[in-house]
Design a protein around this ligand. Structure first.
Ligand SMILES: Nc1ncnc2c1ncn2[C@@H]1O[C@H](COP(=O)(O)OP(=O)(O)OP(=O)(O)O)[C@@H](O)[C@H]1O
Ligand SMILES: [Mg+2]
Length: 417
């Protein structure tokens, strides 16, 4: 993890009091060096009193050195806070007289100051006749309850120095914590962005795969349109049928592209799934692959309950069925028979089954077939078809499984919820 850059500590304190002697006292306690310098330049003996002397004895002089700015009223203090903020400078804390003449008192000043800088910490200097701690708490509100402290007048130099130290150290600690949290957020955002990039990469891979399939189908149909027909139909009939099949393929490709665009925009523009009859996308897929079946001498025995429904996107189920049927066709190099069934399950949902009598899947390969990029087809396969199917089916709360016997065939089972 990258280290947070160490900013110099903010030791700036704003003192707000209408009485000049009190302000002078604050300055003497909190910024003694400056006072001493001023006084010695006037050739006057130092009058810093206990505080200055005590700090010297403690040997921790720098700890109690603060940058003090004075204001004589709440209004002037507000102007100072605003002016400093406009040049990017903030006070760590303010020591504020509660009762002050003028338009606003110390509490009203704090309310307004927090509107400008909500992190400002404050010590309120109160006299017994001023408001009680409970009254102050009610006035300043729960949001700022841990951002103020108070000191009863009259106070000693030690009390004021210690309060100032607390203001400064807790303001700087809060800032460090804030910077740390911000840094963690940035790192998390970077991680999310990276994951999204990886997801887009995966999606691009699977879309390339699906669009490739579709292009291949269109190409086959275009070739057939111009070649000699193998079916008892007129040239025009063949053209119309092939055109319809190509339109379906293009529509599927277009849906896949829309999904990609919606995903890239990170929007929820993908329409919600509908309750659909599963037989519809299944039959569409069979139509798309009809030529391939014919070419490879593959027949299909169908037992479809046309009323079996699920909630899904039709185009996505076409993607699933096309992938499964393509696998089966590719496996049955010398032709064969497919059995396809769709029936409502007794316990609810719908069961789909696709069996081929191809060569089956080797026992050692079976556990890997759903893994991305697993293929036994060399350059002829991407190893993504079943991964795509599983992702889609599971996104609708369904399950998909494969059973296979070498030399006997393979069965894919899907349960739609
Ligand atoms: N019906 C099946 N008969 C025999 N093997 C199958 C069958 N279906 C899948 N397989 C095996 O599972 C592997 C993974 O299938 P998957 O569809 O994920 O990828 P692929 O077909 O190799 O490539 P892609 O589908 O990306 O073009 C296949 O390479 C194959 O070994
Ligand atoms: Mg495949």
């Amino acid at each position: 993890m990258k280290k947070i850059s160490q900013k110099p500590e903010n030791r700036r304190i704003l003192v707000v009091d209408d009485e000049p002697e009190i302000r002078q006292g604050y300055r003497r306690f909190l910024s003694p060096e400056k006072i001493e310098r001023i006084e010695s330049s006037r050739s006057a003996p130092a009058q810093a009193g206990d505080a200055v002397g005590a700090e010297g004895k403690d040997g921790d002089g720098p700890v109690s050195h603060f940058e003090v700015t004075e204001a004589i009223s709440g209004d002037q203090a507000l102007e100072i806070v605003q002016r400093e903020l406009s040049v990017g400078r903030r006070f760590a804390g303010a020591i504020v007289d509660v009762r002050m003449p003028g338009r606003i008192d110390g509490l009203q000043f704090m309310q307004k100051a927090w509107e400008m800088d909500p992190n400002l910490l404050v010590v309120l200097a109160t006299a017994y006749q001023d408001r009680s701690v409970d009254e102050i708490a009610r006035f300043l509100g729960a949001r700022f309850q841990d951002q103020w402290d108070y000191l009863n007048k009259p106070f000693t130099s030690g009390e004021i120095i210690q309060k100032a130290r607390q203001l400064v150290s807790s303001w700087n600690r809060r800032e460090r914590e804030h910077a740390y949290v911000e840094q963690i957020k940035l790192q998390q955002n970077a991680m999310v962005a990276q994951e999204q990039l990886a997801a887009v990469g995966k999606l691009a891979h699977s879309i390339g795969h699906d669009l490739g399939n579709i292009m291949q189908q269109i190409l086959t149909k275009l070739e057939l349109e111009n070649g000699p027909g193998s079916q008892p139909e007129s040239r025009d009939e063949r053209r119309i049928r092939l055109n319809e099949e190509m339109i379906e393929a293009v529509e599927l490709g277009s849906t896949i592209c829309q999904d990609l665009l919606a995903f890239a925009r990170r929007s929820r523009e993908v329409a919600p799934p509908n309750r659909i009859a599963i037989a519809a996308p299944l039959q569409k897929s069979l139509r798309l692959l009809r030529q391939l079946f014919r070419k490879k001498d593959i027949t299909a025995e169908l037992a479809l309950d046309e009323s079996a429904e699920t909630v899904a996107h039709e185009a996505r189920l076409v993607q699933v069925f096309v992938n499964l049927l393509t696998n089966a066709v590719q496996a049955m190099a010398d032709g064969g028979k497919l059995k396809i069934s769709l029936r409502k399950a007794a316990a609810g949902g719908v069961d789909f089954e696709l069996s081929d009598n191809g060569p089956g899947i080797a026992v050692e390969c079976l556990p890997q077939v759903f893994e991305p990029l697993f293929t036994t087809k060399g350059a002829g396969g991407n190893g993504l078809g079943l991964t795509v199917c599983k992702t889609i089916i599971e996104s609708y709360g369904g399950t998909i499984a494969i059973e296979s016997k070498v030399q006997a065939g393979t069965t894919v089972r899907i349960h739609f919820s």
